[in-house]
Design a protein around this ligand. Structure first.
Ligand SMILES: [Mn+2]
Length: 469
């Protein structure tokens, strides 16, 4: 770990423009760790951007510097067409719109251009380092990853996380599954930065951000992931001015009426399989609307209510969304049952005692039936394997943290992407359309770009760039 931290310090020192990415949905830990690093890097004189695809939940808006988080960033959106002018000189370049295409018409002064003179590349990335925090896999970055997949292979990436399901996607992976929160991992790292820069970097705001991560991920030190190290880390942060009461007030002591109404709905829908000790409930968009609650408010319900169901070994909450996605949260009060294994059956992942998944389906009843049936089979196999069912049943200390979800939908999308791109390339390649080239004057060289994929691109018809001698 010490060696990995040294690599991180060296890499950050070499970087000028750093992109910080917390996972979605955001929680106290992903926000706390990204914003703490933001403040540290700012003190070190770096350019820093924090982007998050999801809105910041109201409960966390009290955290220092949440305002710097943006929900948009300029990725490598430029597509550059390069023309080699060694053999021919340019007279004019015109662009001409043609329905959903744009023709780039290059007229040569002398000689002629051929397809061999044209090459394509993507614009340079603005950032020279990406750091993901509290992110088990890249798809948890949401649309930022989907829209800029290539950027993640081009820019060095540091992966800082504590999820058991982390798939080590970074160039540097600072992953410790024994850590109660990602922010806990940042404390020794910040000390390394302090030693290296000879600067005092920790301050009360940074300490508050880091403590917020530990408090939310341990459920205020109630969950099973609380370790002696989490207490020691918290003591260290409070010594540095972390405002513990402010965190407790905002995160735990303010429950909206809408949240309480939502709890009521979920409680009334609880179902139990006594034989296999499965307890589950569901929530849909109508429940949210009737309770005038927003989706963030479902966070924590599964931990605080469902896991208190007596004799339950597996607790599930299924959320039905209007976009045809059903997401599931899994909790296992007994740590001999791996919640992430259950989530993996549905393409998800997470921790031993808290995990999640997403299923694309419009039919809730059918999906619910399928999920519960598979979970029953899972339990049945455990029984046959001779696992003692009675063991540790009284120990009910779930992990508070909202699991990081992997979606089967997204992974299939990812598989589609490269195929899509290659067809696009074909369309834009001039060599595919020799007959159209012939129609132009002899020295004209025409590049046709299909613009149907990106309707937002605005271009004036017939823009002429004249090249003076
Ligand atoms: Mn976390």
């Amino acid at each position: 770990m010490e060696k990995i931290r040294k690599q991180i310090v060296e890499t950050v020192k070499r970087s000028e423009n750093i992109l910080l990415m917390p996972s979605t949905p955001v929680d106290g830990d992903s926000l706390g760790s990204s914003l703490a690093l933001y403040l540290i890097f700012k003190k070190m004189g770096k350019q820093v951007t924090v982007v998050c695809a999801d809105p910041i939940p109201d409960a966390f808006k009290f955290l220092p510097t949440t305002k710097v988080i943006s929900d948009e960033f300029q990725g490598a959106k430029d597509f550059i067409v390069t023309l080699d002018c060694k053999k021919a000189k340019i007279n004019t370049i015109r662009t001409k719109l043609e329905e959903d295409k744009v023709n780039i018409i290059i007229t040569a002064k002398k000689g002629q251009f051929s397809s061999k003179d044209v090459s394509f590349q993507h614009g340079e990335n603005k950032y020279d380092l990406i750091i993901t925090v509290d992110t088990g896999d890249l798809e948890q970055l949401g649309r930022f990853y989907e829209d800029n997949t290539e950027m993640f292979t081009q820019i060095p990436l540091i992966n800082i996380d504590h999820h058991a399901s982390n798939d080590h996607f970074g160039k540097i992976n600072y992953v410790d599954i024994m850590s109660s929160a990602t922010t806990e991992l940042l404390i020794p790292l910040i000390q390394d930065f302090e030693r290296d820069t000879d600067m005092q970097l920790m301050d009360p705001d940074i300490a508050t951000l880091l403590l917020a991560g530990i408090i939310t991920d341990t459920g205020s030190f109630q969950n099973a992931n609380t370790t002696p190290r989490s207490f020691a880390a918290s003591a260290h942060l409070i010594k540095h001015g972390a405002r513990q009461q402010e965190i407790i007030q905002h995160v735990f002591k303010t429950k909206n009426l809408s949240t309480l109404k939502l709890w009521g709905r979920i409680l009334s829908k609880i179902k139990v399989d006594e034989q296999y000790r499965i307890v589950w409930s569901s929530i849909n968009e109508k429940d949210l609307m009737d309770a005038r609650a927003n989706p963030d408010e479902t966070g924590g319900i599964i931990d605080e209510l469902l896991s208190n169901a007596p004799n339950s070994e597996i607790v599930l909450l299924l959320k039905q969304k209007s976009d045809g996605v059903i997401s599931g949260s899994v909790r296992t009060p007994n740590e001999s049952i791996d919640a992430s294994q259950i989530a993996e059956m549905f393409g998800g992942g997470g921790h031993v005692q808290a995990a999640g998944f997403k299923i694309e389906s419009d039919n809730f009843e059918e999906t619910e039936k399928m999920v519960i049936e598979k979970v029953r089979e899972f339990q049945q196999k455990r029984m046959k394997a001779g696992v003692n069912f009675e063991q540790k049943i009284d120990q009910k200390e779930p992990q508070q943290e909202e699991p990081k979800k992997t979606s089967t939908k997204k992974s299939s999308k990812k598989a589609e992407k490269p195929a899509k791109k290659s067809t696009k390339k074909k369309k834009s390649s001039s060599s595919e359309k020799p007959e159209e080239q012939k129609e132009e004057s002899f020295t004209d060289f025409v590049i046709k770009t299909n613009m149907s994929d990106d309707g937002g691109t605005e271009m004036e018809d017939d823009v002429i760039y004249k090249f003076e001698e």
